[in-house]
Design a protein around this ligand. Structure first.
Ligand SMILES: Nc1ncnc2c1ncn2[C@@H]1O[C@H](COP(=O)(O)OP(=O)(O)OP(=O)(O)O)[C@@H](O)[C@H]1O
Ligand SMILES: [Mg+2]
Length: 242
C-alpha cells in the first residue's frame, strides 16, 4: 500500500546563500500493507511529522522514492500529486482548519460537493458521518459555536467522508478528552474493519498506539529496529524532559 524506499530528507534553513542544512530523516525504509493500522511513535523532533508530510507529498524527499498503491508518487508533478492526494488520502491533524462561515454539516459535506456527488447521496453521507462522530445535534452549528473537541470531530468527519483508502493522522487525539478519544479510536477500528482503511497514526498516547497493529519508532531520524521492550520507555523519559 505504502512503500518508503531509501528516503532521506534534509531541510535548508536560514537566508539564501547562508543556508544551514539540517538532516532530519536518514535512509528510511518502511512498508505498510493495505488494512494495517500503524502507530508512529518517537520523541519530539525525531522526524514523525516530516515522514508523514513526505508520504502525503506536501514535501519531497531529498533522496529516495515513495510508492503509494503502486504509483511512484515522488515522480509525479505537483498538480498530479495534489490530485492523487485528494483521491487517496484523508488527513487528521491537531489543527482542524474548518471553514468558519460554514456549518458543521457544510464543512463535512464540502469534499463531497467538490467531488461532484449527487445532492441526496451527499446529504445522507454527510449526516451519517456527523452521526458517527457523535455530532448529529450540532450539524447546524458554526465552528465558532463548537468546543475544541467538537471542532476536531468535525474535521475527522470531513477527513473520512470520502472513504479514503489511506488515512494519515498526526496526533489526532491531541485535544480530545478521554470519552471523545475512545469514540475516535472506535471509529478508526470500525473503518479499518468495515472498509479496510489503512491508518498511519503519529501519537504520543499509549492508548492510541494500542489500536495499532504494530508500532514504528523513529529515533533521531531513523527507524529503530524492533525490540521486545516497551516502545514507550523512551517516551516516558521524553515527557520528563519536555
Ligand atoms: N520546515 C522545516 N524547516 C526546517 N526544519 C524543519 C522543518 N520541519 C521540521 N524541521 C526540523 O526537523 C526535525 C523533525 O521535525 P518533525 O516535525 O518531523 O518532528 P516530530 O517527530 O513530528 O516532532 P513532534 O513530536 O514534536 O511533533 C526537527 O528538528 C525540526 O526542527
Ligand atoms: Mg510532529
Amino acid at each position: 500500500m505504502i512503500e518508503v524506499q531509501g528516503v532521506s530528507h534534509q531541510f535548508a534553513i536560514g537566508k539564501k546563500g547562508k543556508e544551514r542544512i539540517v538532516p532530519v530523516l536518514h535512509h528510511i525504509d518502511m512498508r505498510v500493507e493495505q488494512g494495517e493500522i500503524v502507530a508512529i511513535v518517537g520523541r519530539s523532533g525525531s522526524g514523525k511529522s516530516t515522514l508523514l508530510n513526505l508520504i502525503s507529498g506536501y514535501i519531497r524527499p531529498t533522496l529516495g522514492d515513495i510508492r503509494v498503491m503502486g504509483q511512484t508518487v515522488t515522480k509525479l508533478s505537483e498538480g498530479q500529486w495534489a490530485d492523487f492526494r485528494l483521491a487517496h488520502f484523508g488527513f487528521m491533524f491537531q489543527s482542524f482548519q474548518l471553514i468558519p462561515s460554514m456549518t458543521a454539516f457544510e464543512n463535512v459535506e464540502l469534499p463531497l460537493v467538490l467531488q461532484g456527488m449527487r445532492i441526496d447521496r451527499r446529504k445522507r453521507r454527510a449526516s451519517d458521518m456527523l452521526e458517527r462522530v457523535g455530532l448529529a445535534e450540532y450539524a447546524g452549528h458554526y465552528p465558532g459555536e463548537l468546543s475544541g473537541g467538537q471542532q476536531q470531530r468535525v474535521s475527522v468527519a470531513r477527513a473520512l467522508v470520502l472513504n479514503p483508502p489511506i488515512v494519515l493522522a498526526d496526533e489526532p487525539t491531541g485535544s480530545l478528552d478521554s470519552d471523545n478519544e475512545r469514540q475516535l479510536l472506535r471509529l478508526i477500528g470500525e473503518l479499518n474493519r468495515e472498509q479496510g482503511t489503512t491508518f498511519l497514526i503519529i501519537t504520543h498516547d499509549e492508548q492510541v498506539a494500542a489500536v495499532g497493529h504494530r508500532t514504528v519508532t523513529l529515533q533521531d531520524g531513523r527507524i529503530r529496529p524492533q525490540t521486545n521492550g516497551n516502545e514507550f520507555d523512551d517516551l516516558a523519559t521524553a515527557h520528563v524532559r519536555f
